[in-house]
Write a protein that binds this ligand. Structure first.
Ligand SMILES: [Zn+2]
Length: 141
């Protein structure tokens, strides 16, 4: 698929990796920040409606779930410890609370993690973005 990204005002490009990552985590186009990166929950749009960037070039694969699982584990560990130490809940009630919290947290972290991974790949020119890195486009002329 040819790359038909439209020319873009340099001021709308992210000024660094952090800016690109933040746009991806928020679910907006990492290149222009103008519109949604995702067409469905975890499916990115084929092309940005505003800047024309092709987002089918990403290869996030299993990395976003790894990030979401690691974050969920680190957030849930103190919750589990606190529940165990400071509540008189039965083991079944605790397991139910922890399972529901973990599923909700994991589900809510997946899309931001995928957006961040796509932004990272675009910024660094990885996978299908090779030769079209965001950092090269945003670099001072
Ligand atoms: Zn865009």
């Amino acid at each position: 698929m040819p790359d038909l990204a439209l020319p873009i005002d340099r001021a709308t490009l992210p000024q660094g990796l952090g800016g690109a990552l933040w746009r991806g985590v928020r679910g907006t186009c990492p290149r222009c920040g103008g519109t949604h990166l995702f067409a469905r929950i975890l499916k990115p749009v084929e092309r940005c409606a505003m800047c024309g960037q092709n987002w089918t070039l990403h290869a996030a694969d299993d990395f976003p779930p790894y990030i979401a699982i690691i974050l969920t584990g680190h957030i849930m560990a103190p919750v589990i410890i606190a529940l165990g130490l400071h509540s008189a809940l039965s083991a079944w009630a605790m397991m139910l609370i922890v399972a529901v919290l973990a599923v909700v947290l994991l589900g809510s972290l997946l899309q931001p993690a995928k957006g961040g991974v796509i932004a990272l790949q675009w910024w660094l020119g990885l996978n299908g973005f090779a030769g079209k890195a965001g950092r090269d486009e945003a670099a001072p002329a």
